[in-house]
Design a binder for this molecule. Structure first.
Ligand code: UD2
Ligand code: MN
Length: 580
């Protein structure tokens, strides 16, 4: 369904004829101030300044659609969670069906108005900020695959009702070949009443990466803004983006991508603001994590509402200048279904000269779910396929950190990455070690080539050193399963023995005879681990703990620290061991 004429007409109509109430008030205040305070002699010079000031026109906040009047007692109003229990058999059926189809409580969502009100949880300083013309227009691209009716349309309405019309060029819905009936004729009928919304259907299931590219292809705005199909945009969410990516600000045109601060919530829990954080990375799975803002970044920022430089992005909710998106190589079209594209884009942006920021004044809600509804069958293989493409193109030798923890991944298909490597070369992008030291100086980086990695088994019992429950229970010995995981260890150059997550270290102390795993004390740039976490791994396979002058013993009675002896229970077979 295309509604191009109606859409552009409404864009031109809004905001160009009458100044809003706010603007008139400001104009009057300005002229009063000038006539009273400026001495006549200075008038000539000041006039020029005043004139320039007057030229500044505020963005008209009027949205394409007005939010209908609120019934404060309706479920979910004000962002409150709904705590409804299905009672009738029909309700129970709908509840179960919703969970199965969407992996969230779509039945509860269906009880919430598509136009529900949301609280304004922004910082006081965000509410004071004014935005002036001209700012670029954005095309909001919402891709969906088998989304619930209520969450999809609530996303659409929240965009139309919370964005200044003059900044919103259009909303593009991309259907990634959904199979649900409500997304066919009923959706088209519904959208025919919303002229600002265009629906693009993919004839084949593309996966989210290529679905977004399809949306970008149809977009006419200067800025592209991507959203998941279960989001809610809050008051004032869009202006900071368009302001930040404004073409009036040429230095930012190519250099910045920005991403919103998400509010995390599950239906039907209460809407809570996510404290301001930046994106990080889990080296083991190459997945995105949130991290506290490090000291150096806190010092760089002057105000709590300043953009936060972020080493990575979550993936689903961001804006980028369309030309910059294309120049940077858009997305890797060789990626399938779900996952990995956000980390790929993060590394690419930074390594090729861009910047990623989180804008603390832009709030968008997103329905997070414990599992993906499409995580069946070979979804995992597809994710590894995507991660491998990313690692091979952008991570240089650091990709080994990922591979050695999952040796089987090397055999997974990843297609051909020649084109992406050429892209990196053509854009003269920096290498991954530059990214680590300049963009993410606080990240602990595992050794590219540790002293040993893999399983550690006892010579006497043949049992394997096992983390059991990292940080929670003492380490132990178990029959070797050869699958890495709890039995994977790395002996580092800093003399630690790290578990597979890389975050927990084997630790011994005077006051106990068992061996525990605790958060590793050694962080990037410090002098090394605490004495409790320091080990000397001898060529003979002895794991010696200098602080307590004892050795790791794995006799039949279990794992313990003992006085060192020549017993076989104190000698270990260490995989991939290259003694110094
Ligand atoms: C996060 C991102 C998501 C994406 C993903 C990694 C946020 C809020 N979300 O996972 O955007 O970067 O990490 O890939 O940061 N979809 C399709 N076709 C498919 C599969 C999904 O169109 O084959 C749509 C889906 O309907 C949704 C979007 O892609 O609108 C993202 O999928 P998701 O919501 O399952 O991803 P999420 O939020 O778990
Ligand atoms: Mn999502």
């Amino acid at each position: 369904v295309h509604h191009e004429n109606a859409s552009s007409a409404s864009v031109h109509k809004v905001g160009t004829e009458h100044p809003t109430e706010g603007e008139q008030r400001i104009d009057r205040a300005e002229s009063e101030k000038t006539s009273q305070k400026i001495p006549a002699a200075k008038m000539e010079k000041e006039k020029i300044v005043v004139k320039r000031e007057e030229k500044k026109e505020l963005i008209d906040p009027t949205p394409h659609l007005k939010r209908p009047p609120v019934d404060p007692t309706a479920p979910g109003e004000g962002g409150h969670g709904v705590n409804l229990q299905p009672s009738t058999p029909e309700e129970k059926r709908l509840y179960k069906e919703g969970l199965k189809n969407n992996s969230f409580n779509a039945w509860a969502s269906s009880k919430i108005s598509l136009h529900r009100s949301l609280p304004d949880l922004r910082h006081r300083l965000c509410k004071q900020k004014q935005f002036f013309r001209p700012l670029p227009q954005t095309s909001v691209i919402i891709i969906f695959y088998n989304e619930a009716w209520s969450t999809l349309l609530r996303t659409v309405h929240s965009v139309l009702e919370a964005s200044p019309a003059e900044l919103l060029r259009e909303v593009i819905l991309v259907d990634d070949c959904s199979t649900f009936d409500h997304l066919k004729a009923p959706l088209e009928a519904y959208l025919s009443t919303l002229p600002q919304v265009r629906l693009v259907r993919s004839p084949e299931r593309q996966g989210l990466i290529r679905a977004r590219l399809l949306g970008a292809l149809h977009a006419r705005g200067e800025v592209l803004t991507f959203l998941d199909s279960h989001c809610e945009c809050m008051h004032g969410w869009l202006e900071p983006h368009n302001h930040f990516l404004s073409s009036q600000n040429p230095s930012q045109y190519r250099m910045f991508v920005c991403l919103f601060l998400c509010l995390f919530y599950y239906l039907p829990s209460f809407l809570t603001p996510q404290s301001t954080q930046m994106g990080g990375i889990n080296f083991k799975e190459l997945t995105f994590i949130w991290e506290p803002i490090p000291e150096h970044e806190r010092r760089r920022r002057k105000s709590p509402v300043d953009p936060i430089r972020s080493p990575t992005m979550a993936g689903g909710i961001f804006s980028i200048n369309k030309k910059y998106f294309e120049y940077l190589g858009a997305y890797d079209t060789g990626m399938e279904v779900w996952g990995g594209e956000n980390i790929e884009m993060s590394f690419r942006i930074w390594q090729c000269g861009g910047t990623i920021v989180v804008l603390p004044c832009s709030h968008v809600g997103h329905v997070f779910r414990p599992t993906s509804p499409y995580s069946t069958g070979d979804a995992w293989k597809k994710l590894v396929h995507n991660n491998r493409r990313m690692a091979e193109v952008w991570m240089d030798d650091y990709k080994e950190i990922y591979y050695r923890k999952h040796p089987e991944y090397r055999k997974y298909d990843m297609g051909d990455v020649t084109q992406r490597k050429l892209l990196r070369k053509g854009l003269h992008c920096r290498d991954f070690s530059w990214y680590l030291s300049h963009v993410f100086p606080t990240l602990y980086v595992p050794d590219i080539q540790p002293i040993a990695h893999g399983q550690i088994s006892n010579e006497q019992t043949g049992l394997c050193l096992d983390v059991i429950k990292a940080g929670k229970e003492p380490a132990g010995v178990f029959p070797c399963h050869g699958k890495g995981g709890t039995q994977y260890w790395e002996v580092t150059h800093a003399q630690e023995i790290r578990d597979v997550s890389g975050d927990f270290c084997l630790q011994a102390s005077w006051d106990r005879s068992d061996v525990i795993t605790a958060k590793c004390t050694h962080v990037r740039g410090d002098d090394g681990p605490s004495e409790e976490q320091k080990w000397v791994v001898k060529e003979s396979g002895v794991l010696y703990h200098p602080q307590t002058d004892r050795c790791l013993d794995g006799s039949v009675s279990g794992l313990s620290m003992m006085d060192c002896s020549t017993s076989g229970s104190q000698r270990w077979r260490i995989e991939n061991f290259q003694p110094l």
